[in-house]
Design a protein around this ligand. Structure first.
Ligand code: PHE
Length: 454
């Protein structure tokens, strides 16, 4: 039974929920992070490992979080404590993750907004210049203005509420994003020289399989599916009792993985063809989208149109994700302090601006400020993605597996029909998932501290 008596704003139906949750999941993780990881970690083999992990491990965590949300009808701030008093801290810790992510996610969103605008006005060749990106992010004024634009749009959607804001927004943007992705992929694939790149992306080369590939794929899964940060718990709390959680989870997962797959299919062969398969171009990492890709567009026929469409698409995806990050925080503040959504939104907005501006200055005026040798943005990213998310994910599995017991989740899912994968689910949540997460946590921390290197 719900311990929350006030009427909770909710999604109007299963499709609205699936699209909003997919809107959260599909973001910079799919379009920016997945392609550069796939390019770097051997193409096909990374793709294969990722898909296997998504249907096992991603499925388990996502269904757990959505079921906890619907069962308690609370945001994670309160949900975990209401299931078991001693585990209240876990909900607080989960809420801390979006708090850390929101400012820098919106800053990167601001960069994307700037690129979308630059490409739209046809300045592709300018943005393909060697120092264009670093020159831009190290300024004091311009990146902050773009950040404010992005952050303000996010806040306005939250202000409008769940069904009028988030749901409506996602129902329009998600299908648009899908159509754009498919169209761009087809265009890129029909360019000359794309064939060899497609083979690199699709054919698994087992000699490139290493522990590093698996760990990178596992970390990507968390980020991409918005897991272990209370977001799916919050969204689950808005799901109607009639929805079938297992089916919805499957749909969200398929959508998220499909977009990542297509993003890779569009970007990896393009970079491959452009660079002639050169390893250094493929291994560029985070700057693949901001530095390498504009060069690819610049060389391409109709490159300015393709470039503008591409960055617009990334912008849509980033917005539906930033909205979900902000929603998790606002719902948490509101549940905890009962000050109402609007006030909670304003507080969150002001906080985001202060920290986001600091992150931005971290690339310019404040570039000498580092924490453990990381820039402010990288530090927030590291603490949230590589430390807190694995801890929250692992502890959630332990809580469900051993304290609450998997049956609690299974019976919530079974409220609307059979839970087909329930035996598999129970083993995953109890044993396999927590052990795997523990492995990522240790290895990523050791790597960042420079104890081991891959
Ligand atoms: N899942 C989103 C993506 O793929 C990122 C995200 C991270 C969303 C954190 C919400 C919270 O980009």
């Amino acid at each position: 039974m719900s311990s929350n008596s006030k009427i909770r704003s909710s999604f109007s139906g299963s499709l609205g929920f699936v699209l909003a949750a997919a809107g959260s999941a599909v973001g910079l993780g799919n379009l920016w992070r997945f392609p550069y990881l796939a390019a770097k970690y051997g193409g096909g083999i990374f793709l294969l490992v990722y898909i296997i992990l998504a249907i096992t491990f991603g499925f388990t965590l996502m269904i757990t979080e959505i079921a906890i949300g619907r069962k308690t009808r609370l945001s994670p701030m309160e949900a975990f404590g209401s299931l078991n008093k001693k585990w209240d801290w876990l909900g607080k810790l989960a809420t801390l993750v979006p708090v850390l992510i929101l400012p820098y996610y919106c800053l990167i969103g601001g960069w994307v907004t700037k690129y979308a605008a630059t490409m739209t006005v046809g300045k592709v060749s300018e943005s393909a210049g060697d120092d264009y990106f670093t020159g831009f992010i190290s300024q004091t004024g311009e990146p902050i203005i773009w950040f404010l634009v992005f952050a303000t749009i996010t806040a306005v959607v939250i202000f409008l509420g769940v069904s009028k804001g988030i749901e409506k927004f996602s129902k329009i943007l998600m299908p648009a994003l899908f159509v754009l992705t498919v169209a761009l992929t087809i265009y890129v694939l029909t360019r000359e020289g794309a064939g060899a790149g497609v083979a690199y992306y699709l054919k698994p080369d087992f000699s490139k399989l290493s522990i590093k590939t698996i760990l990178a794929a596992l970390g990507q899964l968390f980020f991409s599916m918005s897991l272990a940060m209370g977001i799916m718990v919050t969204y689950g709390s808005y799901v109607k009792a009639e929805d079938h959680i297992e089916k919805s989870t499957r749909r969200i997962e398929i959508f998220d993985t499909l977009i990542a797959f297509l993003a890779g299919l569009m970007i990896v062969p393009a970079v491959f063809a452009y660079s002639g398969g050169d390893e250094t171009a493929l291994g560029k990492g985070p700057s693949l989208m901001f530095i390498t890709l504009p060069k690819v567009f610049n060389e391409m026929k109709f490159g300015s149109v393709v470039g503008a469409a591409f960055f617009l698409l990334v912008l849509f995806a980033a917005l539906t994700s930033s909205v979900s990050v902000m929603e998790a925080i606002v719902a948490g503040i509101d549940d905890k302090f009962k000050i109402g959504r609007k006030k909670a939104t304003v507080i969150c907005y002001l906080y985001m601006i202060v920290i986001g501006v600091l992150c931005s200055l971290g690339f310019g005026a404040l570039s000498n400020v580092t924490i453990f040798n990381l820039s402010i943005l990288d530090f927030l990213d590291f603490v949230s993605n590589s430390v807190l998310m694995p801890i929250v994910g692992m502890m959630t599995c332990i809580l469900v597996g051993f304290v609450l017991k998997p049956d609690l989740i299974i019976s919530e899912v079974e409220l609307n029909g059979p839970f087909k994968m329930k035996k598999f689910y129970a083993v995953m949540v109890k044993w396999i998932a927590p052990i795997c997460i523990f492995a990522i946590l240790i290895s990523s921390v050791l790597e960042t501290l420079g104890v081991i290197s891959y």
